[in-house]
Ligand binder design. Structure first.
Ligand SMILES: Cc1cc2nc3c(=O)[nH]c(=O)nc-3n(C[C@H](O)[C@H](O)[C@H](O)COP(=O)(O)OP(=O)(O)OC[C@H]3O[C@@H](n4cnc5c(N)ncnc54)[C@H](O)[C@@H]3O)c2cc1C
Length: 451
């Protein structure tokens, strides 16, 4: 791929007549701001398409001129896939169309819509969607790689809630795909990431907001050895699908290190109240803000934990269950965690996620009850080297207890083998579909499936 080809890009953009931002303009720095402040790339231009025709023209131009193309759906990927260094960026933020159907309980949303914006539109109808707890992540970017939510044990992954997808592919242009139309491509879009085309719009299933109770219970870190086994047994053997609890090693607002149970219950009120009462007996609670909340209030709860402007280096893998040895390693490491922003997660999967066969959608990682994640996160003023080293060292120590298969939304660029192993048998079908829709790998700034 060529890098900067300024003249040709400017001539093309002038003809296209879509909003375009160039390096010399005042808004350029804002346009290239990534969620991960550790990554800096300088594209030659950022184009903001208004419709599918413009998206297709940009795809064809990049193909014909061998210019690298990045797709920015929300700029949250930890390795900064939303930008190309020297190439073109297709920024989808102007595609903000939204339509809620309260009778069918469905929503149509454009590629510029975030979970926060969608929930605001759903709230008057007491409906909600399946997405992560962070309001500004690109809804579509998250869903294409699977889309994990604290609601996933109840309603499946985000991709399990897709009804149809409008996608502009490099070889066939705009296609509207669902289970009956281009079923292979629809299958691939349910977990195969941004490999097959630029998704401009999706239709998804919504769910009624029942008794939704969300928040955190915080315990002293020295109680983790008694709480984690209780939590593990509870999640494996007793918890209904309506309940999700992630155990998070964190630095508490007081500055003390602690264990958080990040909890969401969505179901029948009497059952919810009983479960939450039982949960409160797990240990000595230092903080308890678990209470009925709307989905919008829930999203707001997560923003201050990881505000924008921080640096990130993440490692992650699925596993069967935390063992005592694994817990000891984490507790020992956490004593010297270099940044109060860094979190270590045991995320609860299972429930409805596992009710779908691994080969039924491209997203195959359905049999693991837990996901392990180190969110190595630090302030711009701190030493990146210390935080990266700490994250990698802990990951290496815990690795023998992990599956070697990753949730691709939670890792950076770890190489082709890692992607292949994470998709398992589904990789070969994905590769065939990639060969059909993007044989020249124009869409390669992603967890790439090489054609
Ligand atoms: C603070 C934070 C919290 C998070 N929480 C969760 C969570 O709870 N659950 C979860 O599953 N993930 C979570 N993630 C991970 C997140 O889902 C991924 O980083 C995802 O890639 C972000 O999508 P984006 O569009 O914002 O990113 P971008 O960096 O803009 O895009 C990343 C890649 O996604 C693809 N892409 C995006 N939009 C499109 C599109 N419309 N068409 C085609 N390809 C597209 C492209 O390949 C692009 O290169 C979180 C990330 C952060 C930073």
């Amino acid at each position: 791929m060529h890098r900067i080809n300024g003249k040709k890009i400017r001539a093309f953009a002038k003809l296209l007549n879509a909003k375009t931002v160039y390096p010399e303009t005042a808004v350029y720095l804002e346009a290239i701001q990534l969620f991960n402040a550790a990554i800096h790339k300088k594209p030659a231009a950022i184009i903001y398409p208004r419709d599918e025709a413009e998206v297709f023209k940009v795809l064809c131009f990049c193909r014909d001129q061998s210019i690298e193309l990045a797709v920015n759906g929300g700029c949250h990927s930890v390795d900064g896939y939303a930008l190309s260094d020297g190439g073109l960026v297709l920024d989808l933020s102007l595609l903000t169309q939204m339509q809620i159907d309260p009778i069918q309980k469905t929503a149509i949303l454009g590629a510029g819509v975030s979970p926060g914006a969608l929930e605001k539109a759903c709230a008057p109808f007491k409906l909600m969607a399946v997405h992560g707890e962070f309001p500004s992540v690109g809804f579509i970017g998250q869903t294409l790689n699977g889309g994990y939510s604290l609601l996933s044990r109840c309603y499946g992954m985000g991709c399990d809630n897709l009804i149809s997808v409008k996608v502009v592919t490099p070889t066939e242009g705009l296609l509207t795909v669902d289970k009956d139309h281009h079923p292979d491509l629809f299958w691939a879009l349910c977990g195969g990431g941004g490999n097959f085309g630029v998704v401009t719009e999706i239709q998804i299933r919504l769910h009624p907001q029942r008794y939704l109770c969300t928040g955190f219970l915080a315990y002293p870190l020295n109680e983790a050895k008694s709480i984690i086994p209780k939590w593990r047994e509870y999640m494996l053997n007793q918890a209904p699908n309506e309940l999700s609890i992630s155990a998070v090693f964190a630095t508490l607002p007081t500055g003390d290190k602690g264990l958080l149970l990040a909890t969401m219950f969505c179901g029948e009120e009497t059952l919810g109240k009983k479960i939450l009462h039982d949960l409160r007996q797990f240990g000595t609670t230092l903080m308890d803000n678990l209470m009925p909340r709307s989905m919008i209030e829930t999203l707001e709860l997560y923003v201050p934990i990881t505000p924008a402007g921080l640096m990130h280096h993440w490692r992650s893998d699925f596993f069967i269950a935390p063992t005592d040895e694994m817990l000891n390693i984490i507790l020992q490491a956490f004593e010297t965690v270099p940044s109060h922003r860094t979190l270590v997660f045991f995320e609860s999967h299972g429930g409805a996620i596992g009710h779908i066969a691994p080969e039924a959608t491209a997203y195959p990682l359905r049999q693991y009850p837990f996901n392990f994640m180190i969110s190595g996160t630090w302030e711009v003023s701190q030493s990146s080297a210390d935080c990266i080293r700490w994250t990698d060292e802990l990951y290496q120590k815990v690795k023998p207890y992990l599956s070697g298969r990753a949730y691709l939304n939670y890792i950076g660029a770890e190489g082709a083998e890692r992607i292949k192993r994470s998709y398992g048998q589904n990789y070969y079908r994905l590769q065939k579909i990639k060969q059909h829709y993007d044989p020249r790998n124009i869409l390669h700034l992603n967890q790439n499936i090489a054609p």
